[in-house]
Design a protein around this ligand. Structure first.
Ligand SMILES: [Fe+2]
Length: 209
């Protein structure tokens, strides 16, 4: 599994999912670190996430698990992670069905670093996390471009999706990192021009209502 640190303090774990990957982010914050999303299965947690955290030197438990949304490939590992880290807070902007969690607020800041940015469209309550230190927006599945793998139809609420893109344009951003290797531009965009192109590509593939 590939693990990278494209910007300071944000580690990306590319956990295999079907023929693609779903990112898990480990982000250093005040007082420790948080995880954003937790892959699909208990086995992903045991075989991929925990060994990667050890390799990265994260010996202690994460302060919190933050979810971008509740789809299985992002939230499926939550129960297993909670078994390993019983004091870890599970936080979500989208209500979860079977897992105890704390409901996040719009614009809430976690660990003095990560701000909750509601970006509906993929689901009704998907969020991104804006890293206030590096001006990087972790978009989860909120920006879809033309989709990824067999998932070419990931925009459930097109008008909300367009509003979310307009919202992103108002943020002071240096970079975007998505949770999948979306087609055609991939998972990242750094710099004003690349971000603009990335957002334009997302808009171009947004279905009509
Ligand atoms: Fe999703």
């Amino acid at each position: 599994m590939k693990v990278t640190e494209p910007v300071c303090g944000i580690h990306i774990l590319e956990v295999p999912f079907e023929e693609i990957y779903t990112a898990v982010f480990a982000v250093r914050v005040s007082g420790g670190y948080v995880l954003i999303d937790c892959a699909t299965t208990a086995r992903d947690v045991d075989d991929h996430i925990l060994p990667a955290l050890r390799r990265l030197g994260f010996e202690e438990a994460p302060i919190a698990l933050l979810l971008t949304h509740r789809h299985g490939d992002h939230a499926g590992g939550a129960a297993r992670l909670a078994e390993h880290f019983p004091h870890m807070e599970i936080c979500s902007f989208e209500p979860l069905k079977d897992t105890p969690f704390r409901l996040l607020c719009e614009n809430e800041i976690i660990g003095d670093r990560l701000q909750v940015i509601p970006l509906p469209g993929h689901t009704e309550r998907s969020v991104g996390y804006l890293d206030l230190e590096t001006h990087t927006l972790l978009t989860g599945d909120c920006l879809q471009q033309a989709g990824v793998g067999k998932y070419t139809n990931g925009i459930r609420f097109p008008s909300l999706y367009r509003q979310s893109i307009a919202h992103i344009r108002q943020l002071d951003l240096h970079g975007i990192i998505a949770s999948h290797d979306y087609v055609p531009l991939g998972s990242t965009a750094f710099g004003e021009k690349a971000i603009d192109q990335y957002l334009n590509t997302c808009l171009a593939h947004c279905p009509k209502e």
